[in-house]
Design a protein around this ligand. Structure first.
Ligand code: PMP
Ligand code: GLU
Length: 418
């Protein structure tokens, strides 16, 4: 084997591995509750699909940084939602925001700072690009999100180092988010230590009460805002992500453009044309996103109540489609089953109940913590949207009609623990 040292120790990304394992078990006839993988359950909005059909014959390579009309639409989208004054030149389009996160790390000369817990891929990307990834502990915060004091303490200890800080909110894996005051405080520290902030707002539209605020409002000069079609437009498999930059970070967007030109060339043309419709955010998209939020909010609160009701602790859900339960309450009983780590917990739970979750260890927590990420998305998104259209909302008693597998999975966890 002639593998590079930094690649040798990597394994397939936990999220994609649990998706493939769950599908494989289902193929073998096992009943699996797919709460491991974080994929939007909703269909792509019809207006966006129709736009894709219209543009299916677009076959030419597009400009490296993206289709101009899409860059305009994305810039306008962020300008409407934040205090950014973005223009088309400030936007780069990529085949998923994951790829953009990767090439940003590739270009940036410095280390990666991430709160623990954070999404599974930031740190492995750092490893691939030869960076150090440094985790900041959030155990002082009830909702397991970064606070300004911990960030400041960390930066003070490393005054000479250049850092890229990735903040993701609403958060994958906790489902929690930041208030404006928390963002302001984080922005003050970021400015003081000249951090490059990547604000991963891919779940921003899915803040359950529709009140997402960006740190770009408070630290515009150092913040790149990330978005894409995967979460709020239901199109993870279409692979389209966006980064929007402040003007003074032109050096980075240009460098990323160079790397893109030597690697993926440009994002799929028909998908970019279709994405214009999504980012223009007309009334159909407004309605689609508002209804998606109602569905997610109802299922999130049901699941949260069910699991906190049996003693699992976790941050209260505010957005996106994840919860991050902690099974510490059951440590003694689990030990009797031979379970002492989050990895063992998830393995045994899947084997014995069919409920797929991802271990907290995959998100930067210690394996002893007995935490796990639960994605409450194993339901038919189209029927759920139809239900909201017809009834206006989903009451707790109706969650079973809309998301029976999520309800069954909660019951299975309960029975297993008792
Ligand atoms: N950031 C977070 C927090 C995610 O959960 C994901 C997963 N899809 C991504 C980025 C990457 O999304 P995509 O590449 O589909 O835009
Ligand atoms: N972001 C999704 C998750 O956390 C899956 C897609 C991916 O990881 O690329 O489960």
């Amino acid at each position: 084997m002639f593998l590079k040292q930094n690649i040798k120790t990597l394994k397939p990304s936990a999220t994609l591995a649990i998706n493939e394992l769950s599908n494989e078990l289902i193929k073998q006839g096992r009943k699996v509750y797919k709460l491991g993988f974080g994929q939007s359950p909703f269909p792509v909005p019809d207006v966006v699909v129709n736009e894709l059909i219209v543009h299916a014959r677009e076959k030419d390579y597009l400009p490296v940084k993206g289709l101009y009309s899409l860059r305009v639409a994305v810039a306008n989208y962020h300008t409407r939602r934040t205090h950014m004054k973005a223009r088309a030149e400030d936007v780069i389009i990529g085949p998923g925001s994951k790829e953009l996160l990767y090439i940003a790390q590739l270009c940036f000369d410095g280390d990666l700072l991430v709160p623990a817990p954070s999404w599974v891929s930031y740190a492995p990307q750092a490893q691939i690009t030869g960076k150090q990834s440094l985790w900041i502990d959030t155990s002082g915060s009830q909702k397991k999100m970064l606070d300004a004091t911990s960030l400041e303490a960390y930066c003070e200890k490393h005054p000479k180092r250049k850092f890229m800080l990735i903040l993701n909110y609403p958060s994958n894996p906790t489902g929690a988010s930041y208030s404006s005051d928390e963002l302001k405080a984080l922005a003050d520290v970021a400015r003081k230590y000249e951090l490059l902030v990547i604000s991963d707002e891919i779940y921003g539209e899915l803040m359950h009460n529709g009140t997402h605020v960006s740190i770009a409002n408070y630290y515009p000069e150092g913040t790149i805002v990330s978005s894409g079609l995967s979460k709020w437009s239901g199109a993870g498999g279409w692979r389209l992500g966006t980064f929007t930059f402040p003007e003074n970070l032109r050096w980075l967007i240009d460098a990323m453009g160079v790397v893109a030109s030597e690697t993926f060339t440009a994002t799929s043309a028909p998908i970019q044309y279709a994405a214009v419709k999504a980012f223009e955010f007309g009334p159909e998209i407004e309605t689609y996103v508002a209804e998606s939020r109602k569905v997610l909010k109802a299922i999130a609160s049901y699941t949260y109540e069910a699991l906190t009701g049996i003693g699992l602790k976790m941050p209260a859900p505010e957005g996106g489609f994840y919860l991050f339960p902690d099974f510490t309450e059951y440590r003694d009983q689990l030990k009797q089953k031979g379970i002492e780590t989050s990895t063992q917990l998830c393995r045994k739970l899947l084997e014995e109940t069919g409920v797929a979750l991802l271990p907290g260890a995959d998100f930067g927590q210690t394996d002893e913590e007995l935490s796990a990420r639960l994605s409450y998305v194993d339901f038919d998104g189209k029927s759920a949207l139809d239900f909201v259209k017809m009834h206006g909302s989903i009451s707790p008693q109706k969650v079973n009609d809309v998301a029976p597998r999520v309800v069954e999975a909660c019951n299975a966890i309960k029975t297993w623990l008792k």
